[in-house]
Design a protein around this ligand. Structure first.
Ligand code: MF3
Ligand code: CO
Length: 249
């Protein structure tokens, strides 16, 4: 069932979003060569606890950490580890969900570590722009497919591919609510959006093939061809005319 949120629910999601944004901001400041993804997880944990929230990811289907930290060819769901040490030229996706008084917000950003190649930088720019083109279609009266199509057509026009295996989603009381929001499809696909729906829109953009492979840990999703991948996500509130972006980074 697709839910429309009440004022009070939206308020809680706004606070959850503030916490997500603050944690991402602190992580951003900490990212540099030599830092482990485990440390980034601890930073998020600390911010979330200080602000009275909790991780929406830890324990979700057995996921073991507070954030997902996905370097280079890892598309999503990289598990933070002492063994993953960032190095100059890497790109790193950080995905983070927070529950505040029963309501969830979810966001992700891909960041450069030190100076990165023009090739990596271009991928980041296109993936970020793809998210904003999707958000521009997240208005009351449009079908979900408008978001999907805007993202896919832009990404492919830039010579990249969109991941099919993972999709955006409704968010609120649960991390994954209806509707699913694929990053590919036709403009007339899916349900019509209504004012008050809250959505996590999250394009994952690959340099090469859209195909992914899941590692032995059951979580880490890498590009099949070893190409780079970038991921940007915002939680948004659907309105007439224009969506309100609840998260910030
Ligand atoms: N932003 C991702 C999603 O909405 C992160 C989920 S990670 C998990 O699917 F650990 F919670 F599964
Ligand atoms: Co999400």
């Amino acid at each position: 069932m697709v839910t429309v949120k009440k004022k009070d629910e939206i308020k809680r999601m706004m606070v959850a979003s503030e916490i997500v944004s603050e944690a991402l901001e602190e992580i951003k400041r900490a990212i540099s060569p030599g830092v482990t993804t485990k440390l980034l997880d601890e930073i998020a944990e600390e911010v979330i606890r200080r602000r009275g929230g909790r991780s929406a990811f830890k324990g979700y289907r057995g996921y073991p950490a507070t954030i997902c930290a996905s370097p280079n060819d890892v598309v999503v769901h990289g598990i933070p580890s002492e063994k993953v040490v960032l190095k100059e030229g890497d790109i790193i996706s950080i995905d983070l969900g927070v529950v505040y008084r029963g309501y969830i917000s979810d966001a992700a950003i891909t960041l450069p570590v030190g100076r990165v190649s023009e090739r990596a930088d271009r991928l980041l720019r296109v993936a970020k722009e793809a998210l904003f083109r999707g958000i521009a279609e997240a208005v009351a009266g449009n079908r979900v497919g408008r978001i999907s199509h805007a993202i896919q057509s832009y990404v492919e026009s830039q010579g990249y591919s969109v991941v099919r295996k993972f999709v955006g989603h409704g968010v609120g009381r649960r991390l994954h609510e209806e509707p699913q929001i694929p990053n590919f499809g036709a403009p007339d696909d899916g349900i019509r959006l209504k004012e008050g729906m809250t959505l996590a829109i999250e394009p994952m953009v690959n340099e090469g093939t859209h195909e992914v492979v899941i590692m032995e840990d059951g979580w880490t999703a890498k590009t099949r061809d070893g190409g780079l991948s970038a991921h940007f996500e915002h939680t948004v509130l659907v309105k007439r005319g224009r969506a309100v972006i609840l998260t910030s980074w």
